[in-house]
Every structure is written in C-alpha cells, then in structure tokens.
Design a protein around this ligand. Structure first.
Ligand SMILES: [Zn+2]
Length: 314
C-alpha cells in the first residue's frame, strides 16, 4: 500500500493542477458551450448514490476516486482537475479520509460540502490504531473516518447532502426533500433489520482486514478486531499474536479479507489457524453509481456485511 500523503506531494500537485487547468482551457476552444456548471462531484461512490437518489438523475454526477482504488491512499490526479471544471459542488465526507477535497475545491473554484456533521465520531485510540506511526506525516484526523458503515450515521449524512443540494439547486428543493425522506426511511428500515438480525450475537468478535468496522460494531453491539489499523499499517508480531489468541478464545472459524485488496497476512493467519477467508465489501470504492443503480448499492452492501458476519458465527 503506497502512502505519500505529504504536504510536499500536495504542493507538487498544485503545480500540475495549474498546468492541467491551463491545458484544459486552451483545448476546450471557444466554440464549445461555456459549460454551465451543473455537475455534482462526490469524493466516493456511496455519496454519489445518495446524490443520485435525491436528485433522481436531474444532475450529472462525477465520482472523484475511481472504482476499485484504495480511498485511503488516493492522491488527486490532473484529470480530476479538468473534470471538476464542470462541477458546481464537491461533496466530501470526513477529516482523515477525503479532506483533500477542500484544497481540490479551492483550486478549482468549486464549493465543497462536508457532510458528516452531526455524526457521533469514534475517537481513534491505541486500541483502534495498532502500530500507529506517531511520527508519520499523514494528515489523518483523530477520528475513525469509516462512519458510512453505520446506517444511523448515514441518516445524518443524507440530511446534510439534502441541505447542500438544495442550496445549490433551489429549483429541485421539493424533489430533494421528498427523496431524502424516502431514502432516510430505507436507512431506518435497514437499521431495524440489521439490529434484529445481529441481536442474538451481541458481544461476539469478528476479525477483519483493516480497521473499518468500528461504527458497524458500535451500532450492533459487536466487537470488530482488525489485523491492519485504520491507516493500513502492517501489524506487529505482537498484534498478530493477539489476533491468534482471540481466534482461539472465541473459537472463530472465519477471518474477513476485503474485496479487491486481499492481504497475504490474512491468508497466512488463516492457514495457521485453519480459518476460512471470506470477503467483505467495505464501500471504500466498491460501491459506484453503476453498482448502486443495478441494485448493489449501500443497502445491499450493509445487508451483505451483516449476513456474512452472522454466518461467521455459525
Ligand atoms: Zn478504511
């Protein structure tokens, strides 16, 4: 997992950005439409799904981080700057995840909206940040950014997105309100469904690849333990030993890897302890507008996660 989230990289990026913007302006030519800024840009696919549901296809949507790319390691690229020229607004989620959106928005004149206001964030503690490199130059926040794995948190996110969309597209106000109510109702039903499904398993442990499931675990009374910390730093031998102890104590049969990013460390723990490796979607970059429109969106993902976790206890 390459990590270059340094201010030096960002400064270099700004130079590239300026060049890319200039090139784009030159090549767009005078005969092309002046480019009414109507696009809603979002950093990640799950936010794109909400914008799509709320606006019902009335606005073009552009997701900045491409499908399948590790959201934690992503760096802005010049083509993004060109695409953002058509954007009216850029929706981002939370510090420590996609806060590069603020600088990106500033350099392109797009208004940025942070949409996690009102969510009770989980503070990163040593328990959650195994092997955290305190001298690292990463600009991560002090809170766990994986709040989207909580349907309750996504109710607040949806409300914030609705508010932001209405301020940019006042003519769509009543449509956005009606659709937001509908989507929030779906989230509440999902939350009820998952609560009922997971209730018999309160206090149970499940082991995942990177530390993305603390909000999910908090909502449903489970204990999520990760091999890799929030930032994906390699586990120490001591941490692997703790994981193995937990596997024994809880008689676990499954260890979860991640769709598209299976780690060899997971494979080796699984081999050592005779565990099945199951894949969990995480929504970092595996939910896109396309998967969402074809029925494999956020709600499908949360159901898949809950079902897989329940099956791992069987
Ligand atoms: Zn993550």
């Amino acid at each position: 997992m390459p990590r270059m989230k340094t201010s030096v990289a960002l400064v270099g990026l700004m130079a590239v950005i300026a060049a890319a913007l200039l090139a784009a302006l030159v090549f767009s030519g005078p005969n092309l439409p002046a480019g009414q800024k109507t696009t809603v840009a979002t950093t990640m696919g799950i936010l794109a799904e909400i914008v799509d549901r709320l606006t019902e296809g009335e606005v073009p949507i552009y997701t900045v981080v491409p499908a399948g790319v590790d959201l934690h390691d992503w760096e802005p690229t010049p083509d993004v700057l060109v695409k953002l020229r058509d954007a009216k607004m850029l929706v981002w989620l939370v510090d420590g995840l996609d806060d590069w959106a603020v600088k990106l928005a500033q350099s392109t004149g797009v208004r940025a909206y942070m949409v996690s206001r009102g969510v009770q964030l989980i503070e990163l503690s040593d328990e959650h940040v195994h092997n955290h490199k305190h001298d690292s130059k990463h600009s991560h926040g002090h809170y766990d950014p994986h709040l989207w794995l909580s349907p309750k948190a996504m109710v607040a996110v949806t409300e914030n997105i609705a508010k932001a969309l209405k301020s940019e597209f006042p003519n769509l106000g009543s449509k956005i309100d009606a659709n937001a109510q509908r989507y929030i109702q779906e989230l509440r039903l999902l939350d009820d469904e998952l609560s009922a499904l997971l209730k018999p398993y309160r206090g149970r442990v499940f082991i995942t690849q990177h530390n993305a499931f603390q909000y999910f675990a908090r909502d449903y009374g489970l204990k999520a333990v990760a091999v890799f910390d929030v930032e994906g730093v390699e586990p120490s031998a001591q941490h692997v030993a703790e994981i193995i102890k937990l596997i024994d104590e809880n008689k676990l049969k499954v260890i979860f890897a991640e769709v598209g990013h299976e780690s060899p460390v997971i494979q080796s723990i699984a081999r050592e302890k005779g565990l099945r490796v199951e894949l969990l979607p995480t929504g970092h970059a595996d939910i896109t507008l396309e998967t969402s429109r074809s029925g494999k969106g956020y709600i499908w993902m949360m159901r898949s996660i809950a079902t897989a976790v329940v099956q791992s206890f069987g």
